[in-house]
Write a protein that binds this ligand. Structure first.
Ligand code: X2X
Length: 350
């Protein structure tokens, strides 16, 4: 009797420790990151890796490969590489996955989402859940939403206040079809290029302009090449913190919990960096109070203004003119994104 009880207890104990014992971590897990380590996005990716190491007591060692170096610079290939397991982890842009996961184009519908409040409502809402399900169905475990930011237009030719001002400008965009359509609707001459090539193109003046968020523009000091910036919040660019799904399923529960926690914490930090100075003092306070950052990021466009950059903020009427001009993008893309998802997003934003 006593022995039977002992045998039972040891069997239960064995079952509890077995999955742990059976798990041997790899020496290094790879991580895809499109930009370099100095960008908010790169800092967030590094923080994620560091927190995973800390929370798993060194068992899981993730190495970020910056500048899409595992993809030979081809940033729009990340989703497939992570889904296939060629790359283990990722902190990368939804735009760079949007040619594979169509619902991600919701974030790029021109002049649709517009405010941080709306971004958060969609990410936490029903539309967000639907998008996360799509991302996971394809083979990438979703861990957290980070943020590159609201994308703004800069160029070297003229101030942009009306759609007519964009017409004829040669604008670099990411190789994602919806962006080509948006700039075509505005009459621009769009060229798609990987980010690494884009920076050289700005330096050499091969293109007149580009569109990217504050978190990217300040790192490349865009004002050295482009005199004009229009803050038009026309598209939001969330980041996905994720992991290959098969790999995820092999992790024991305690490792999963540690990775999930690390992703949420790193993403919150990264988002606060990306939004700092752009949402009043909300994100600056998150950095100061929650993350105990002692040296807060400086006002982002101070150097740009000092250099004479012309920064244009659109009035609601001016924004409306751009919205009207890009209506054709909605006609084509809502069926591709899914009308039901589009409607869920509108509901989420209410
Ligand atoms: O290529 C871009 O413009 C960038 C850096 O913003 C993305 O990866 C989407």
């Amino acid at each position: 009797m006593r022995f039977a009880k002992f045998a039972l207890v040891s069997a239960a104990l064995l079952a509890a420790v077995l999955p742990l014992a059976a798990f041997t971590p790899k020496k290094e897990y790879t991580m895809q990151v499109n930009v370099g380590p100095a960008y908010d996005w790169g800092i967030g990716a590094q923080k994620f890796a560091d927190l995973v190491a800390e929370k798993t007591k060194g068992q899981i060692n993730i190495k970020p490969y910056f500048g899409s170096s595992l993809l030979a610079g081809k940033q729009t290939n990340w989703y497939q590489a992570v889904a296939d397991g060629a790359i283990d982890f990722v902190v990368d842009s939804t735009i760079n996955a949007s040619s594979v996961i169509r619902s991600l184009n919701l974030f790029s519908l021109p002049f649709f989402i517009n405010t941080y409040e709306n971004v958060d409502k969609i990410e936490r809402g029903k539309a967000g859940q639907r998008i996360i399900a799509d991302v996971e169905r394809g083979g990438v475990k979703f861990l957290a939403w980070g943020e590159n930011g609201f994308r703004q237009l800069t160029n070297s030719k003229r101030e942009v206040k009306r759609p007519e001002d964009v017409a004829g400008l040669k604008i670099r965009v990411v190789g994602s079809p919806i962006f080509i359509d948006i700039f075509k609707a505005l009459g621009a001459d769009s060229v798609n290029m990987n980010w690494a090539d884009a920076v050289t193109a700005f330096q050499q003046g091969v293109v007149d302009g580009q569109e990217n968020p504050k978190s990217v523009l300040t790192v490349v000091k865009i004002w050295e090449y482009h005199k004009y910036m229009t803050n038009w919040n026309y598209a939001i660019d969330p980041l996905i913190f994720g992991c290959n799904m098969r790999l995820w399923n092999q992790f024991p529960d305690d490792i999963k919990a540690a990775i999930q926690e690390a992703a949420l914490e790193a993403a919150e930090y990264e988002k606060a960096l990306a939004r700092a100075w752009l949402d009043g003092d909300i994100s600056l306070n998150v950095l100061k109070n929650k993350f105990k950052v002692t040296q807060l990021p400086p006002e982002p466009f101070g150097p740009a203004i000092a250099k004479g950059m012309v920064i244009t903020n659109l009035t609601p009427e001016q924004r409306k003119a751009f919205q009207d001009k890009t209506k054709t993008v909605y006609t084509k893309w809502i069926p591709l994104i899914g009308k039901d998802l589009y409607e869920l997003a509108i509901e989420d934003m209410k």
